[in-house]
Design a protein around this ligand. Structure first.
Ligand code: ZN
Length: 421
């Protein structure tokens, strides 16, 4: 089996997208009588600085020979990549067999960290893979990562993408909002992140120019196909469709870490105690701080995470949490959090046992005194606080989810979950 990896074929100015280029290669190979067993859509480190839209690469598993595979890929990637765009640096890697362990390790490295072009080239040449690129060759990083993905990744989901007819690309997408929401309900939760019911957004329909009409994500091919065919006839005509096996919705970008020993541009799962209560800044972003031992971490829930911020605002000092997200400029951009233990008490000035009034401070280190009855207490009283959060995981809503982040509805979490539909 031959694996073709492609990456960085997007162009902002020409509206091309890597999934569509992968789809065209798959169609061409099949028209030549070659088998295509799987087409993979691999999301890489979302923190990568030079990311293409959504930072996706694609791998095509085919019965074609490596030389045919390279020839077909070159004939489709380079004319379509719009390499007049200096920000587009497409790459193709062709692996003639199962990728080596070094290559599948490289896949996880590209998902977890920032890798450079020279490392990718060295590994490609050491393994004797065929390759081609344009521009600075940055696309080789994602191409090689896509080649190793089938071996490197364990948790998979599916995305079934419907593409627009060429002549309407760039114009407003035509679809029935109601039909889409009804179908999304029917196939939930096997298909997820189709719509955002609170915000009323059709999440599966992109806003950027390009060939995608919509992409349906879920756990099973049956569900994502079923939903897609359910809305058939309520949308503009569809040119073609492609099933992708993908690491979207899997949290494979997260690494276990400890507050105080994280690096920027990596994504982590961290434990800590709320040390500074949430506050909202201009623009609607909500910040708070976590502490673990002597180390502190700033955490932010950005404005686009919408009603998720209400859950964040309910946090109190002393709450024990697990938080997940990417570290940028030493701040964690919150994707989800788990409430492990809540601080359910607060300290208040003592109440006088005789008159029921609140005692006031009797001076520095002198405790509290009732002015009327002269009763004295050394310390404040602890009272119970009503909490609205529950134990377990909370997440950003579908409208704010990163491609690679795992929706709670998929299950497999280590605590109770509170999914946003
Ligand atoms: Zn009193």
């Amino acid at each position: 089996m031959t694996i073709i990896g492609i990456d960085d074929t997007d162009s902002r100015t020409h509206g091309m997208c890597t999934t569509y280029v992968g789809h065209l290669i798959s169609e061409e190979l099949q028209s030549m009588g070659k088998d295509v067993s799987d087409v993979f859509l691999i999301r890489l480190n979302p923190a990568a600085k030079h990311k293409t839209r959504g930072n996706a690469s694609v791998a095509i598993h085919t019965s074609a020979s490596p030389s045919t595979a390279l020839e077909v890929a070159e004939s489709i990637v380079f004319p379509n990549a719009a390499d007049q765009d200096p920000e587009t640096n497409p790459g193709i890697v062709v692996c003639p067999e199962h990728p080596s362990e070094e290559v599948s390790d490289f896949t996880l490295e590209v998902i977890h960290t920032l890798c450079d072009i020279e490392d990718a080239k060295t590994l490609i040449e050491d393994n004797g893979y065929e390759y081609a690129f344009r521009g600075n060759g940055r696309g080789l990083i994602g191409s090689l990562a896509a080649v190793g993905a089938g071996e490197a990744i364990e948790d998979w989901s599916y995305e079934f993408i419907s593409y627009r007819e060429e002549e309407v690309r760039g114009s407003k997408r035509q679809f029935s909002h109601d039909a889409l929401f009804d179908a999304a309900d029917e196939f939930y939760p096997e298909a997820w992140d189709t719509v955002d019911r609170v915000q009323g957004d059709a999440v599966c329909v992109p806003h950027t120019p390009g060939p995608i009409l919509f992409g349906i994500r879920g756990d099973y091919t049956d569900a994502v196909e079923g939903l897609t065919y359910e809305v058939e006839g309520t949308t503009e005509p569809v040119e073609s469709r492609q099933m992708f096996k993908t690491n979207q919705g899997t949290d494979v970008h997260l690494q276990d870490g400890e507050i105080g020993s994280m690096e920027n541009d990596k994504a982590y799962k961290l434990n800590g105690t709320v040390s500074e209560e949430p506050y909202t800044v201009e623009g609607g972003h909500v910040f708070f701080s976590l502490k673990d031992g002597d180390s502190d971490l700033d955490v932010v829930a950005f404005e686009p995470t919408k009603h998720f911020r209400n859950k964040v605002r309910d946090l109190r000092s002393g709450d024990k949490l697990t938080v997940c997200g990417e570290i940028t400029e030493n701040t964690l951009k919150l994707e989800k959090f788990a409430v492990r233990e809540q601080n359910t008490t607060k300290k208040v000035n003592p109440t006088c046992p005789d008159c029921g009034n609140s005692m006031s401070s009797a001076g520095a280190n002198a405790g509290y005194r009732c002015k009327k009855c002269s009763n004295h207490r050394d310390e404040k009283d602890k009272v119970e606080v009503e909490r609205s959060l529950e134990q377990g995981w909370y997440e950003v809503p579908p409208c704010a989810r990163r491609h690679i982040a795992k929706p709670l509805i998929r299950g497999g979490f280590d605590d109770m979950t509170h999914p946003f539909k």
